[in-house]
Design a protein around this ligand. Structure first.
Ligand code: FMN
Length: 478
């Protein structure tokens, strides 16, 4: 393959590539490689593959737009509150990452934040005046702090310092940041960043619990090295792209209302690992991207979400209780413990079989030849929950990963498993679904089949959440 350099692309192509890369959380080089890989597998560059069926019930706003220069979240507004921590410099990059998706960003810097970065740089990067002072006569003539709190779609606090978290938990309002946080009625997403001892302190744990209880959504902190020499542990602020990824489902839900408020939703995601011995296992290629996107979209719509995830390399979605499991049997036990629920969505690729007698010690090579492995069937988590005599979730939804005769197999699976809906998708290698960012869904219900056009896994998640909200009797809405 001929080699290309991003620099050789014209400005328009570069801009489109930058936006696509930001949307997928990849570098521009990785995005270019993905486009080339998809193109060689048959996808048109920059346009969606043609839909096989016209969607029958998808409202206009759920129809995926053609992949143009405007990401779905373009035009949304974020109010970014920057606290006084060493990670404040990363918030300037966060401003850029949000802006390149077409999101309007307004910044507030606390007094301590201005010891680390300047309002000038935050203002220059956001393209808007950066606010610092509660008693700014120019802004407060028309009660500016209340307008700042209201005229946004999401409030992000990054870095959320220990002090800022304490002020939020205590309801203090003695500066612009805390007053705005108390006045806002929008979702607040915090990205804590502090020394591991500060993070582990009982006072911070209490404040965190209060904030979560108040509906504040938390992303990170991550484990790693601290800015202080020879300090490591949990306390590093989530990376800017992780914060963007956590913010997107909340921005995507703007305008749809909190359609799942008061609902409890269980989602399973990822593969399972079935041990052969202590170091080997049977697995599959599920990445967990679809299940995690569904969990994030349900949480962004106001649901209490319990995500039961097999081993994946994805970050835990913000605002979701994530329970990590390894085997199909662990998954069944975790699902059973998480009940009751209004909705259960089984997006995990649970292994059909496990090794009958996993070995306690690593199997050694011997001259006698290969070991003989016996398989036994795993519990069918979807069918067991769908057939529960009492306490069954009102809506039980399964996925059918098929490589041929997709709809026919999905219809048979719906009948066999006793669930309410099946989302069937083509997972043959050429579809790029397993591990990829896009999905083509056929929603199979007792009423018939709806074929959705190809769209991102986040768009599939959003569409599914809207369908669930429509289907649940007495949806609470906003
Ligand atoms: C060099 C330096 C780095 C700091 N980094 C952090 C930090 O990462 N997280 C934190 O919670 N506090 C940190 N602090 C302490 C805060 O700056 C201090 O608690 C401040 O009052 C927080 O103000 P805020 O509420 O405006 O964020 C740091 C202080 C100094 C001097």
């Amino acid at each position: 393959m001929a080699s290309i350099t991003i620099r050789q692309l014209d400005e328009k192509a570069k801009r489109r590539l930058r936006l696509r890369a930001a949307r997928h959380g990849r570098s521009m080089e990785d995005e270019a490689r993905t486009i080339l890989r998809n193109a060689s597998a048959g996808e048109d560059i920059g346009t969606d593959p043609p839909a096989r069926h016209v969607p029958t019930r998808m409202p206009d706003q759920q129809r995926p737009r053609p992949q143009d220069d405007r990401p779905a979240d373009a035009g949304k507004r974020v109010l970014l509150i920057i606290g006084g921590g060493i990670a404040a410099y990363k918030s300037l990059d966060l401003v850029r990452r949000l802006k390149e998706r077409g999101i309007t960003v307004r910044c507030i810097l606390t007094r301590a934040a201005q010891e680390f970065i300047t309002a000038l740089s935050a203002g220059a990067l956001s393209g808007e005046h950066a606010h610092t002072d509660l008693f700014d006569p120019a802004v407060e003539l028309d009660i500016g702090h209340i307008r700042l709190a209201r005229e946004t779609d999401l409030v992000v606090v990054a870095p959320a310092t220990a002090d800022l978290m304490a002020k939020m938990a205590g309801g203090s309002a003695d500066d612009l940041a805390s007053a705005v946080l108390l006045a806002t009625d929008h979702t607040v997403l915090i990205a804590p960043a502090m020394n591991p001892s500060m993070w582990a302190h009982p006072a911070t744990r209490r404040n965190l619990a209060t904030l979560v209880d108040d509906g504040v959504v938390v992303v990170g902190p991550n484990a790693g090295e601290m800015a202080e020499a020879e300090e490591a542990g949990i306390g590093r602020m989530a990376e800017p792209l992780e914060i963007v990824a956590a913010a997107l489902p909340f921005l995507a839900s703007v305008g749809h209302g909190n359609t799942l408020t008061g609902r409890r939703v269980i989602v399973t995601s990822g593969p399972t690992h079935e041990p052969i011995d202590p170091v080997r296992y049977i697995a599959n290629r599920s990445s967990g991207k679809q299940g995690h996107a569904i969990a994030a979209a349900a949480a962004a719509s106001g649901a209490e979400v319990i995500l039961i995830s097999g081993p994946v390399i994805l970050p835990d979605p913000a605002g979701v209780k994530t329970i990590k499991v390894e085997t199909a049997q662990d998954m069944l036990a975790a699902v059973t413990r998480a009940l009751p629920a209004d909705v259960a969505i089984f997006a995990a690729a649970v292994a059909d079989w496990r090794i009958d007698k996993p070995k306690a010690n690593k199997i050694k090579k011997t001259p006698r030849g290969s070991p003989k492995l016996g398989l036994v069937e795993n519990p069918d988590v979807l069918a067991m929950i769908a057939h529960m005599a009492s306490g069954r979730p009102r809506l039980v939804i399964g996925f059918a990963a098929e490589t041929e005769r997709i709809i026919e197999h999905a219809k048979a699976k719906l009948a066999r498993k006793g669930c309410d809906w099946i989302l069937a998708n083509d997972v043959s290698v050429s579809s790029g679904v397993m591990g990829g960012d896009r999905n083509t869904i056929h929603l199979v219900t007792a009423e018939g089949v709806e074929s959705w056009p190809p769209q991102s896994k986040e768009e599939v998640a959003r569409a599914l959440v809207e369908r669930i909200a429509d289907a649940l009797p007495g949806a609470t809405g906003e």
